[in-house]
Design a protein around this ligand. Structure first.
Ligand code: 6OG
Length: 158
């Protein structure tokens, strides 16, 4: 039987059209650049969790979050599916700070460090960057370095 772990992932875009990426300093995905996010806690909505995680990990407060996609990650021989709700904010306040979890840095789109990110990122990130419709992605990993199955399609998120 599979269970679902619900997570958020938020991408921040500034007026120069750069993307704020964080180098994960500990835990799951350590050493990889990613957006900001984590587990949804009991009693909070998914957007509330996205906003909380963003502030905890890089200091910014989102004024408005747009849902851009949904990603399901399955790992071979692991019954836990990671359900990752992907958001974008272009309206935020505060100052970017390094935290215990993340070392943040603004990247020009052409400089996004895909070779130091999760293997799925080069597949769905370009869709997000070009401002495509909301997407659904499914990835089956074997370990952390091999993708056995993948799917990416447009969807309408509730
Ligand atoms: P914590 O477990 O540290 O949150 N995440 C992934 N992001 C990408 N791009 N690819 C994956 O492929 C991912 N799996 C998880 C969700 C983990 C953070 O990492 C994201 C969360 O934002 C496997 O609380």
């Amino acid at each position: 039987m599979t269970t679902r772990k619900v997570l958020t992932l938020t991408l921040v875009r500034n007026i120069a059209d750069e993307v704020l990426m964080g180098l994960k300093k500990r835990g799951f995905g350590e050493g990889k650049w990613n957006g900001f996010g984590g587990k949804v806690e009991p009693g909070e909505t998914i957007p509330q969790a996205a906003a909380r995680e963003l502030t905890e990990e890089c200091g910014l407060r989102a004024h408005y979050l747009t849902k851009v996609g949904l990603l399901d990650f399955e790992f071979l021989n692991d019954p836990v599916i990671h359900e990752v709700h992907v958001f974008e904010t272009r309206e935020y306040s505060g100052t970017v700070v390094e935290t215990e979890e993340m070392s943040p840095k603004w990247y020009k789109i052409e400089d996004i460090p895909f070779n130091e990110m999760w293997l799925d990122d080069p597949i769905w990130f370009p869709w997000y960057l070009k401002g495509g419709p909301q997407f659904y992605g499914y990835f089956l990993y074997k370990g952390f370095d091999t993708i056995l199955k993948q799917e990416l399609k447009s969807t309408d998120l509730p």
